[in-house]
Design a binder for this molecule. Structure first.
Ligand SMILES: Cc1ncc(COP(=O)(O)O)c(C=O)c1O
Length: 479
């Protein structure tokens, strides 16, 4: 596998910017080359003269680059801009809050927005998930859940329960604790040893389940996959396992939804062995799967939810770990406190923006919209299954992956060189040049991922599918 979080390379222009955009593209490219360190990216793309796509503006589900070219934002930035770009109301709320109280910590103090947002998140979260610990993003939310799980078991007099289980190819963030939960070896080998205690079980990639003897039997595959968690708990010893971290729909690898009954079986296993179930909803929260949280969609009760991204639709950063009454209980009394926090956790501006963003969700019924339109999005993408390179279309809500294969009948995937040539050498740039920003990812088998703003509908789905058809057809001829 070639390591790439986001193969979204694009524009090759180094020509002076058209004055209409107000940006001097050549000057920006030079400064980026001299000083900017991009995340999860090859800096050589800055060095080799091609430059980097510079995005300057967004409106609705469109973005524009520094040359004035317009694109469909097929990934909501990075699964973030759920309510769409260019919402003046959110910008105004941020400005007003910055004027009134730009910053105050929630370290032994509080401010109204953090309190209101905690109340709102608790009301959206399933069951008794009533306590909210803020951070500034998803990785910190995962880190918080990991530390809290260990501490919780220590407070229960069971200090050896400190290991964590997660799934193969899953991404849970970059802090060293979250990295121990992340299941992508190529993303962590250079930082080893990461925090010890992370163990991996199979994910719910049903497309590849046939090779394991589950052809067509999704329910049986789901039970098998869930039972691997029980097996791992027993391999390691139940008295050593603190928690399991699962995304309701696993992103990395290309949108693996849970088979029916999977999470119910996982819950049973967690209850049997006293293991905390953490739903990592950093992507799946806030409407992406058609509910505030996808735990609700799939009908299971986690002990903690981690979330971030769509909470503010990206207008300001924030993350949160939402915690059950049971886990919170030992912290209610006496001198016990959770020695953990972030200066910018629950930032007043971000919390104000989150509240306004969630108001927009309610007013425009974005969750309902996703539930209603998701089958249409799926059907539109499934029309691509007639292309020889498209092996599978999978996902849920407004979150789909298209797996690319070399041979549909055998499901043979591409080797590292082919994947490199296909994804980095052609697809990412070709899709972008054709007017679609999305993600070509090969952290697992090669996939193209789509997660447009929740304001999009059938017309945009058709436009996206049309661009994909053209570019994927061309990709096939280049193999
Ligand atoms: C499931 C999941 N968990 C955690 C993270 C880390 O979030 P952040 O990049 O905000 O730290 C991500 C980021 O994409 C994610 O998808």
């Amino acid at each position: 596998m070639t390591l790439s979080k986001s193969g979204t390379a694009g524009s090759t222009s180094t020509t002076p910017a058209p004055s209409a955009t107000g940006f001097d593209n050549a000057d920006l490219q030079q400064k980026a080359k001299d000083h900017l360190w991009m995340h999860f990216a090859r800096q050589s793309t800055l060095e080799d003269g091609h430059g980097v796509p510079i995005i300057t503006r967004g409106q609705g589900h469109h973005i524009w680059d520094s040359n004035g070219r317009k694109y469909i934002d097929g990934l909501s930035g990075l699964f973030v801009v759920n309510a769409g770009h260019g919402r003046k109301r959110l910008a105004e709320v941020a400005a007003k809050q910055a004027e009134e109280l730009a910053f105050f910590p929630i370290w032994s103090y509080a401010h109204p927005n953090a309190i209101e947002l905690a109340d709102r998140l608790a009301s959206y979260a399933p069951g008794d998930l009533n306590r909210v610990f803020f951070s500034t993003g998803g990785g910190e939310a995962v880190e918080t859940a990991f530390k809290l799980a260990k501490y919780y078991w220590k407070l229960q007099g069971r200090p050896t329960k400190h290991k964590v289980i997660s799934r193969a190819v899953a991404y849970h963030g970059t802090p060293q604790g979250a990295l121990a939960i992340t299941g992508i070896p190529a993303m962590k080998e250079m930082f080893e040893p990461v925090t010890p205690g992370g163990f991996r079980v199979p994910n719910t990639n049903f497309y590849r389940a046939e090779e394991m003897g589950f052809a067509g039997d999704l329910d049986a595959f789901g039970q098998w996959a869930a039972n691997r968690i029980e097996e791992m708990i027993n391999f390691e010893g139940p008295e050593t396992v603190a928690a399991i971290f699962l995304e309701p729909v696993q992103n990395s690898g290309g949108c693996f939804p849970p088979p029916p009954g999977y999470f119910q079986r996982v819950r049973e296993i967690c209850d049997k062995y006293d293991v905390l179930l953490v739903a990592d909803e950093v992507i799946t929260g806030f409407g992406r799967i058609g509910n505030w949280f996808a735990s609700t969609t799939y009908g299971f009760q986690p002990d903690m939810i981690t979330c971030a991204k769509g909470m503010t639709s990206g207008y300001s950063p924030i993350g949160a770990t939402i915690i059950s009454d049971r886990i919170y209980e030992p912290f209610k009394h006496g001198s016990t406190s959770f020695y953990h926090g972030y200066t910018f956790g629950g930032h007043p501006v971000s919390a104000a923006v989150a509240l306004a963003n969630l108001d927009i969700f309610e007013e425009e019924k974005l969750n309902e919209r996703v539930r209603e339109n998701s089958p249409l999005f799926r059907a539109e993408l499934e029309t691509l299954l007639d292309l020889p390179i498209v092996g599978d279309v999978r996902g849920d809500g407004y979150f789909f992956g298209i797996e690319l294969v070399k041979d549909k009948s055998t499901k043979e995937t591409f080797d590292d060189d082919e994947s490199e040539r296909l994804l980095r050498g052609f697809l990412s740039k070709a899709l972008f040049d054709a007017g679609l920003y999305c993600r070509a990812d090969d952290r697992g088998d090669p996939v193209v991922q789509l997660a447009p703003p929740l304001t999009t509908g059938p017309a945009e789905f058709a436009e996206i599918a049309q661009i994909l058809r053209g570019v994927l057809s061309e990709a096939w001829t280049r193999l």
